[in-house]
Design a protein around this ligand. Structure first.
Ligand SMILES: [Zn+2]
Length: 344
């Protein structure tokens, strides 16, 4: 079926509506009291850029006028997010949104194949660019079933530990011979002498609840000269692909990073990029070393204003596209027969 980006989003939201309604009843939503990076100024220096996420959760998305970070203004409490992942609600809402079969046993294998492919892409992107010390100790935060750790181990000879809050996924990592640790990075305790040469955040940074605190903790467990490696799904790339802020925003992404603010973000949290690599579609992989934090760093006004105007004009364009209801039965028949329906 050929749908406009708007029609596409509406159709997907139709699929997810019952699940969204159930989740809405199950968890309490709260509005945060301050920008995650500006506790002193509260919410006085932000711009609200979206009022709903792609699934249909009425959570607002905002941009910090100082750092440019994009964050969910309304979200779940930390313990509710933990339940949301633990109970499988995260996967459930993804599956209904994409109208695909829920992950059963074969699904786990599928998930794993997909994860292996992504892990290989990440490792390939790093080849020749980074020199890892021999037998480097690596912490793989949110490492799930361990595919990325295995890829790093095979390619660079590192010694990985997989940290993840999902017990079942960690079992699979353990069965693959990996060192594992159950827990969420935001709450797990580290001994003062527990240090790592590499800390890896693969496909995780957007899901982190307290990003500033997490960055501080990562700095705290890195050996001197250690590397922090993470990837991020570029917000602006996602916007280009889907057409509007609300088609990008999602309940489980508490924060969004994008290339225009990467340097400001890193400097603010005390890192410097050594390599920034386009690793996959819409993803960037960043290798960093830790430096002094710079709390005074700001995104340029010109960049910020250009982005905010861009979000608004995209939304207008998006809403001018046909809704799903604008397809007549004749048009649907034509589509079934493969005849292109104008004017999309
Ligand atoms: Zn802020």
């Amino acid at each position: 079926m050929i749908l406009s980006p708007r029609g596409n989003l509406e159709l997907r939201r139709k699929h997810s509506k019952p699940v969204v309604a159930r989740i809405m009843n199950q968890y309490a939503f709260q509005t945060i009291s301050a920008c995650p990076f500006c506790p002193k100024t509260g919410l006085s220096n932000i711009t609200v850029i979206g009022t709903c996420d792609r699934y249909g959760f009425p959570v607002r998305l905002a941009m910090c006028n100082r750092t440019g970070i994009i964050f969910l203004l309304d979200r779940l409490a930390l313990e509710d997010y933990n339940e949301f992942y633990k109970q499988g609600h995260y996967r459930e809402v993804l599956d209904v949104f994409w109208d695909r079969q829920p992950l059963k046993k074969t699904g786990e294998e599928q998930l794993s194949t997909n994860a292996i492919k992504k892990a290989k892409e990440t490792v390939n992107a790093l080849h020749g660019l980074v020199k890892f010390p021999n037998q480097a100790r690596m912490l793989d935060i949110g490492g799930s079933t361990g595919e990325v750790s295995i890829a790093f181990k095979d390619a660079f000879g590192v010694l990985p530990t997989v940290l993840d809050p999902a017990e079942q996924e960690l079992d699979i990592a353990r069965q693959q011979g990996l060192d594992t640790r159950l827990g969420s990075f935001e709450t797990v305790e580290f001994a003062p002498d527990e240090k790592y040469d590499i800390v890896l955040l693969h496909q995780t940074i957007e899901h982190i609840y307290n990003l500033q605190n997490t960055m501080e903790r990562i700095r705290g467990i890195l050996e001197p000269g250690g590397l922090f490696i993470f990837d991020f799904l570029d917000f602006i790339d996602e916007l280009d692909a889907s057409g509007s802020v609300e088609a990008v925003s999602r309940l489980d992404h508490c924060h969004w990073i994008y290339l225009e603010m990467l340097e400001v973000f890193l400097s603010f949290v005390g890192f410097r990029a050594l390599s920034t690599i386009r690793s996959r579609a819409n993803f960037f992989l960043v290798v960093c070393e830790s430096i002094e934090t710079n709390p005074d760093v700001c995104i340029e006004d010109e960049i910020r204003l250009r982005l905010i105007r861009g979000f608004a004009s995209r939304q207008v364009q998006f809403l001018s596209r046909p809704k799903i209801e604008s397809f007549s039965i004749t048009e649907r028949f034509k589509q079934r027969l493969g005849i292109k329906v104008s004017p999309f």
